[in-house]
Design a protein around this ligand. Structure first.
Ligand SMILES: CC(C)(COP(=O)(O)OP(=O)(O)OC[C@H]1O[C@@H](n2cnc3c(N)ncnc32)[C@H](O)[C@@H]1OP(=O)(O)O)[C@@H](O)C(=O)NCCC(=O)NCCS
Length: 167
């Protein structure tokens, strides 16, 4: 497996990937058919991210297939440029093999070398025990609770706020 920056030519594969994971996990901010970007929009998203010093969009690739991804965005203005939030996912077939840990370790190392990022934030559904276990293992601390953060088919779910300082 390799971890590399997403490039514009990944756009189509990334949309297929997003469609696949939306069917596999209920812990994401989008459900089946709700990702909502077309190939051109995804290309622009990737191109736009790559112009910024405080954003990162990486994929985990195995035998030419995208099996995981992580995107992190720092704030757009000076007072919030040092802090950002990320989203992460791995194809279900590959859960539990350390792909998530590799993606997060890459983000942490990149943040330490970025010269700009001093804090990484995340939100995770309180019942996502696998995610919470992974984030805690990587040093993220619980910082708060957001009630009713997601509504899925009429049911509310709370999110845990977790963070990691980069010093
Ligand atoms: C969360 C996710 C990214 C983790 O990726 P992954 O490649 O499976 O993660 P890893 O294999 O590196 O680590 C998983 C850890 O969780 C542990 N784990 C597995 N199932 C678990 C469970 N039900 N409860 C607690 N821990 C669990 C594993 O043992 C492993 O920890 P260990 O290395 O200490 O043994 C992946 O499961 C995923 O994409 N889930 C669906 C989408 C999602 O939840 N995204 C995050 C939204 S905040």
């Amino acid at each position: 497996m390799i971890i590399r920056n997403a490039v514009e030519s990944d756009a189509e594969d990334l949309i297929d990937y997003m469609d696949a994971i939306s069917e596999e996990s209920n812990f994401l901010t989008f459900g089946p058919g709700e990702f909502g970007a077309n190939v051109q929009q995804e290309k622009s998203f990737i191109a736009n991210l790559s112009t910024k010093k405080n954003t990162l969009f990486i994929v985990a690739e195995m035998d030419g297939k995208i099996i995981g991804n992580l995107s992190f965005s720092g704030g757009p203005r000076p007072r919030i440029a040092h802090v950002g939030e990320f989203g992460i996912s791995v194809l279900k077939e590959y859960w539990g093999y350390g792909v998530g840990e590799e993606l997060l370790q890459y983000l942490i190392n990149w943040s330490k070398n970025s010269g700009i990022i001093r804090k990484i934030n995340l939100k995770v559904r309180t019942d996502n025990t696998r995610g919470i276990h992974l984030y805690s293992k990587m040093g993220f601390l619980e910082e708060g609770l957001l009630k009713r953060d997601l509504m899925i088919n009429g049911d509310f779910f709370d999110s845990l706020l977790m963070g990691l300082s980069i010093d």
